[in-house]
Write a protein that binds this ligand. Structure first.
Ligand code: URA
Ligand code: SF4
Length: 214
């Protein structure tokens, strides 16, 4: 099976999954969106109200903010895969329970294996705990660490930054570092570096500034 076929199969399995109690109240499951060839995979917490209605991740208020954050990183939704640690909405947006996280992890693991991204960005503490149990997000956010055959960067959840203005500069700064971290990760994994779109666009400008020094 190609990575794309595997990703579609996981989405089908998730849509009829009854492995935990969250299936009872879900309207639409939210398996995750994005290309099976994505270099960066984002992992959030779980579907909220709007995600449960629409079947897509980060389509509500935190999704709007995530779009701004992606722009900081010079990427669009079409470039990245976005998933969650639980694929069905916890009622009233409560935290996912340990048995729900365990039950749903098989799907997340299968997605990571199929996509094989160079970088996983965890958004919030539940996805961070999967890779760095017991870590403190305030201490480790934005720091890239090798985990198995890829790199993982823990970041604040966009919703947390929406509710606590003090976190906003941190999360914006962490996203702005992502293009350089991606190249660092790719080089460490033996892949060629990527030339940034924005850098290419900026290049003539930089040149004319340099020229004007003479
Ligand atoms: N918050 C999440 O963690 N995931 C979503 O899909 C939407 C909001
Ligand atoms: Fe299945 Fe995950 Fe939905 Fe639970 S949250 S029913 S494990 S897809």
């Amino acid at each position: 099976m190609s990575a794309e076929e595997t990703i579609s199969k996981i989405a089908e399995d998730v849509s009829v999954c009854t492995k935990c109690a969250l299936h009872e109240s879900r309207k639409k499951s939210v398996p995750g969106d994005g290309p099976a060839t994505a270099e960066i995979m984002f992992i959030g917490e779980g579907p909220g109200f709007h995600e449960n209605e629409q079947g897509h991740p980060f389509v509500g208020a935190s999704g709007k903010f995530l779009d701004q954050l992606l722009a900081q990183a010079d990427v669009t939704r079409e470039d990245v895969f976005i998933a969650n640690v639980v694929k069905c909405r916890p009622p009233g947006n409560r935290d996912p329970l340990p048995d729900e996280l365990t039950a749903c992890d098989v799907y997340l693991e299968a997605q990571i294996e199929a996509i094989n991204p160079s970088i996983v960005v965890t958004l919030g503490r539940f996805s961070m705990n999967k890779f760095f149990p017991g870590a403190k997000i305030s201490a480790v956010h934005g720091q890239m660490q090798k985990v198995g055959g890829r790199f993982v960067i823990p970041m604040f959840h966009p919703a947390a930054a929406l509710h606590q203005a003090a976190l906003k500069p941190s999360i914006l700064g962490d996203f702005a570092k992502l293009p350089d971290q991606l190249n660092e990760a790719r080089i460490a994994l033996g892949k060629p570096a990527i030339v940034r779109r924005r850098k290419l666009e900026e290049a003539p400008d930089e040149k004319s500034q340099q020229m004007s020094l003479f």
